[in-house]
Write a protein that binds this ligand. Structure first.
Ligand SMILES: [Mg+2]
Length: 313
């Protein structure tokens, strides 16, 4: 497969944005309702005939990618500043995230606000949904990848299960970015070797056993990292050669459709490259100030930063 590394960077960010934007149309709907509307993935994809707008998932991913492109690593202050600079509350932020980012904006102790809103820390998928750029930049260094994924989580997610969800998505992106011929067993054993908790290990082991689209639903479609990260990973592993099947199959599960499709789309795009995303879907991605062209350019900047740092290391 002749996909360049730069195309994979673009595929990852655009794959995430398109998945998020399409999934965002159906957030919180039930699988039954979606199955009545769309008999298959093709009918879901063909539904897109006008501009699709991304949600908080892409907006926060853009913030992380900007920090990595500028600094080559996650630094807390620039990251919080980027979350604030990119913040548009109407993009579907959860209530807790809104409170934390608004505390950052007002110069308050945002960690205290996060602790108050999520006692013990959030184990939601909010850190996993935005972590993909970390997987791109640190694809060659597992230890650094896990550390940087954690740093990117901490401003909003301190619960170990929330952090681990982010680490697993970053690891999945890193793995596929380096792969030309997908080996399902090797992919899952790589991810299992990055697990920290029994909870995630058990869920990933279940994901590794999913061999039919009909079995995806049992992995979950919720906002907890444990109920969505393994589902997104399993969907990619079922259909590694099809971007539309990978995002379509998780959207048709209903529930947290934007984040499921953002995570699955990021992994798929990092594997297939930008050419793997159908041009007609990409064409409909919003062309706002930080829309399609900006995201493509940001992916290029990220790629250049990766090239520079991997040469200097
Ligand atoms: Mg969202």
């Amino acid at each position: 497969m002749g996909v360049s590394l730069e195309q994979r960077f673009q595929g990852c960010l655009c794959g995430l944005a398109v998945g998020d934007a399409l999934g965002g149309r159906f957030e919180a709907q039930s699988a039954e309702h979606l199955r009545q509307r769309f008999s298959n993935v093709d009918s879901l994809i063909n539904y897109v005939t006008d501009e699709i707008w991304y949600t908080d998932d892409t907006q926060m991913t853009i913030a992380i990618a900007e920090v990595l492109a500028d600094h080559g690593e996650i630094l807390e202050e620039p990251l919080c500043a980027a979350f604030v600079a990119n913040y548009v509350p109407s993009r579907g932020y959860g209530r807790g995230a809104r409170m934390v980012i608004e505390a950052m904006e007002d110069g308050e102790d945002h960690r205290a606000v996060a602790r108050k809103h999520f006692p013990g820390g959030s184990y939601g998928n909010g850190a996993a949904m935005r972590v993909a750029p970390v997987g791109l930049i640190f694809q060659g260094n597992s230890e650094e990848l896990l550390k940087q994924a954690e740093f990117s989580s901490l401003p909003t997610h301190v619960h170990p299960l929330g952090i681990e969800g982010a680490q697993l998505i970053a690891a999945a992106v890193a793995y596929v970015t380096k792969t030309t011929s997908f080996d399902r067993a090797d992919f899952f054993s790589y991810l299992l070797s990055h697990c920290q908790s029994e909870d995630h290990r058990a869920k990933l082991a279940a994901a590794a056993k999913v061999e039919l689209v009909e079995q995806l639903a049992k992995l979950g479609n919720g906002i907890e990292a444990l109920e969505s990260v393994p589902t997104a990973i399993a969907s990619f592993a079922l259909t590694p050669d099809s971007y539309t099947e990978t995002i379509g199959n998780v959207i048709l599960l209903g529930g947290d459709t934007d984040t499921l499709a953002a995570m699955a789309g990021a992994i798929s795009g990092a594997y297939l490259g930008i050419e793997g995303i159908p041009a007609r879907l990409l064409k409909h991605l919003e062309e706002s100030a930080k829309g399609r062209s900006y995201i493509m350019d940001l992916a290029k900047r990220l790629f250049q930063r990766h090239q520079e740092t991997s040469v200097s290391r």
